[in-house]
Design a protein around this ligand. Structure first.
Ligand code: 3NM
Length: 212
């Protein structure tokens, strides 16, 4: 059963976020798991990723999954639902262009389903279609997503929280240690980060010390 506390420190990573160095990526993931991330999303996507190199792509996913299982942290796959089902991952995260959300819910059964949303209407449809949580962003400018929308700032988070008091919400985009407290104060149940951890693996321990 998915609970909003699982969103608290949500790490997202692919080899493209670590200059293509799969071993370095696995080391970063292990440290992050040891230090207490609550959720992991495998996002092998975009320039420099292993997408299309089927054998290495899948092996890297399996290695990340094995680490997550060791620490009891749910492993979600970005977009690639076939892979998520093949590996029996705990869930899938999709964007607005990745097909019908209701159909996705039907396909993955009771696995965790996360959906990126950029407006009240998109949040509403995601919730109605059975999403377990929505991802809202980018809140701040991001270096990790080439086609990211313009940053929304905290007001969008506040607006979504007011409109959907019970819905699990994770904020994403440019979140670092300095910004995290304000993001929680604006109503997020958690923060999803790529570069904060990939570029500075001590982030997780430092985040825990904030006691948010
Ligand atoms: N999705 P960082 S922003 C994967 O706005 C992703 O939906 C976004 O990376 C969205 O923590 C983003 O390095 C990248 O800014 C987040």
């Amino acid at each position: 059963m998915f609970g909003r506390e699982q969103l608290k420190l949500y790490f997202i990573m692919g080899s493209q976020d670590v200059d293509g160095d799969v071993q370095a990526a696995l080391n970063i993931l292990r440290t992050a798991l040891q230090d207490g991330i609550t959720l992991f999303q495998w996002r092998e996507k975009g320039a420099g990723s292993l997408y299309g190199q089927t054998a290495t792509y899948e092996q890297f996913a399996r290695d990340c999954l094995a680490l997550c299982r060791q620490y009891g942290v749910p492993f979600l796959v970005n977009d690639d639902v076939d892979l998520a089902l093949k590996l029996d991952a705990e869930g899938v995260h999709i964007g607005q262009d990745d097909g019908d959300i209701t159909a996705m819910r039907a396909r993955i059964g009771d696995k965790i389903l996360g959906v990126s949303a950029h407006s009240v209407a998109e949040v509403h449809s995601a919730e109605a279609a059975g999403a377990d949580y929505v991802g809202l962003g980018p809140i701040y400018p991001t270096v990790s997503k080439a086609d990211a929308n313009a940053p929304t700032g905290l007001s969008w988070l506040e607006e979504a929280r007011a409109a959907f008091p019970q819905l699990p919400i994770v904020a994403i985009g440019g979140i670092n240690l300095e910004r995290a407290p304000a993001v929680f104060a604006a109503g997020a149940d958690g923060v999803a980060v790529i570069s904060a951890i990939c570029r500075h693996p001590e982030f997780v321990a430092e985040f825990q010390a904030l006691s948010l």
